[in-house]
Design a protein around this ligand. Structure first.
Ligand code: HEC
Ligand code: HEC
Length: 138
């Protein structure tokens, strides 16, 4: 990485904390009435608050479920990548099948480059850390 971009990356611990995800995944939606006036707000997406109030806050971070650990050492870049231990995959498996279907069915219009087979929704892959753990109660 240093040879390509000219700076030396530093390890930061907050990448492993649930608070990293909370910033984007806390979504309060403001609803409007039929005249366009504010009618209230609703918590559309609050996994961080749900996690904070669940037993999983003591045992699992968001990352430990949503970013499966790669077994053994693995390179983190495709060219000239050195191998590292404790690499986590950026798969972010979730429950959203709608967006996948939309990307698959309108791939030309949306300029989607992922192959259609990557956009199929399917049950969690066995042995991934997400599949291996119980579902959170929410
Ligand atoms: C114990 C494992 C586990 C932990 C810890 C966990 N999740 Fe999840 N999460 C899941 C599973 C399983 C699903 C999919 C099933 C579902 O939707 O109920 C999911 C679904 C989601 C979704 C998809 C939206 C949805 O409602 O379907 C988002 C976004 C998400 N999690 C973010 C987070 C964030 C952020 C954290 C940490 C604050 C977190 N998760 C902690 C297992 C976990
Ligand atoms: C910079 C903002 C940002 C951060 C930080 C972020 N996410 Fe996301 N995440 C998104 C967006 C945008 C999507 C796509 C939304 C969609 O599919 O509707 C997404 C999608 C997801 C999904 C799939 C949701 C689904 O319904 O299938 C999961 C699971 C998820 N993120 C988990 C996490 C976890 C865990 C972290 C922390 C390690 C995290 N995200 C950090 C913005 C973010």
């Amino acid at each position: 990485m240093h040879s390509s971009v000219g700076f030396v990356p530093t390890k930061v611990d907050h990448l492993q904390r649930a608070e990293l995800c909370a910033g984007c995944h806390t979504l309060l939606t403001h609803a409007l009435d039929d005249k366009g006036n504010p009618a209230g707000s609703l918590p559309e997406q609050v996994p961080y608050q749900e996690w904070l109030h669940s037993d999983y806050a003591k045992t699992n971070t968001c990352q430990s479920c949503h970013m499966p650990l790669v077994e053994g050492d693995a390179p983190i870049t495709s060219t000239l990548g050195k191998t590292h231990s404790d690499v986590r995959r950026h798969v972010f498996v979730g429950g959203n099948a709608f967006i996948l279907r939309m990307l698959k069915n309108h791939r030309d219009e949306l300029g989607v480059i992922a192959p259609p087979e990557e956009l199929k929704h399917r049950p969690c892959v066995p042995n991934s850390s997400l599949a291996a753990r119980p579902r959170p109660s929410r």
